[in-house]
Design a protein around this ligand. Structure first.
Ligand code: 5GP
Ligand code: MN
Length: 323
């Protein structure tokens, strides 16, 4: 088992980062580890580098100290990549590449680690769970608990998705024991939407199209629409889950335009499709039930290409069932 404090022994400057467009697990893991290392290694300087996370996460301690302009820095003694591989770190990748020691902690489905030291476990529902297991429980506190709980609820859909295990629940129980206001946290970071977010969600549902005999559904938001609502990609969180909730849907696809002929794709599946495989085929990744990638082409190009991969999996699954 990776020993966090041993790996950081003697390090004067420690950096922590995650993936681009950080989600709850990424923010919770980076800030949770940041608090823990600052507490256990008071002599070291510890910094978090991330694209600015959504404001819903501002109650997590350290949110205001996240560095999002990625200035030039001397090589770090230790640099952590959490909830990601080296390719998906955006501007923080330069710190990772030049660091004297790199540590990669992740729960995404991958072939190999990106660090000198790697702790990868795709069976874990969240990176926050992995970080929890690497911490000494005696050194945890309420602020660290809030950060880790945030990551766990976001990546398990508040303990609903199949990646939730008895161990996840046990960690959840321990974490709420620190006295965090978990009903407020779940409401404000997971369920609550701004009026604009609700309007875009409504539009995305209304304009969705079913295909493959209703087993799949797709919806897309283009640049013009985002500009009209003065919204950003952070306002689109959760739409794909709503699409997947529709009865009969095995696989939901949500796309938003990131360039003239470029879309960020989010995939969710109920049971029959391994969307990590679909996303990996197009250069992305993720988990069996939730994955993503970036694709180039028109809306129809993307849907046609995705549809072929999804259909092949549905057919395989269904023919296996017949035999
Ligand atoms: P989301 O659809 O919420 O953006 O992402 C779902 C899951 O897939 C998350 O675990 C996320 O980290 C992963 N994911 C999303 N987009 C990409 C991508 O472009 N590359 C990789 N490797 N993983 C992604
Ligand atoms: Mn995660």
């Amino acid at each position: 088992m990776l020993d966090l404090l041993k790996e950081c022994r003697g390090a004067g400057r420690i950096g922590i980062s995650g993936h681009t467009r950080p989600d709850g697990d990424c923010v919770g893991a980076t800030l949770g580890l940041w608090m823990y290392l600052k507490k256990c290694l008071p002599e070291a300087s510890v910094e978090v580098y991330l694209e600015k996370p959504a404001e819903i996460f501002q109650k997590i301690k350290g949110y205001d100290e996240i560095i999002s302009d990625f200035p030039v820095r001397e090589p770090f003694d230790v640099f952590f990549a959490l909830d990601t591989d080296a390719e998906r770190m955006g501007d923080a990748g330069k710190y990772f590449r030049s660091a004297k020691k790199t540590i990669n902690i992740d729960h995404h489905l991958r072939q190999s680690g990106s660090g000198d030291v790697n702790h990868l476990d795709p069976s874990s529902g969240s990176t926050c769970e992995l970080i929890y297991d690497l911490m000494d429980e005696d050194k945890m506190d309420r602020d660290i608990a809030l950060a880790l709980y945030t990551g766990i609820i976001h990546d398990t859909g508040v303990f609903q998705y199949s990646c939730t295990t008895p161990a996840t629940m046990q960690k959840g129980a321990k974490l709420i024991g620190f006295g965090i206001d978990f009903p407020e946290l779940i409401q404000e970071t997971f369920y609550q939407k701004t009026y604009v977010q609700a309007q875009i969600l409504g539009r995305a549902l209304m304009e969705s199209i079913r295909f493959l005999d209703g087993r799949c559904i797709v919806s897309s938001v283009d640049r013009k629409t985002l500009d009209f609502y003065n919204a950003s990609f952070k306002d689109l969180e959760g739409i794909v889950n709503q699409l997947r909730n529709i009865k009969g849907v095995e696989c939901a696809v949500f796309m938003y335009q990131t360039g003239v002929l470029e879309y960020k794709i989010s995939l969710r599946s109920s049971e029959k499709v391994n969307v990590a495989e679909v996303a990996s085929f197009f250069g992305g990744g993720g988990h069996a039930r939730a994955a993503g990638c970036t694709m180039t082409g028109t809306f129809h190009d993307c849907v046609n290409n995705l549809s072929a991969r999804i259909e092949a999996q549905l057919n395989d699954y269904e023919s296996a069932g017949v035999i």
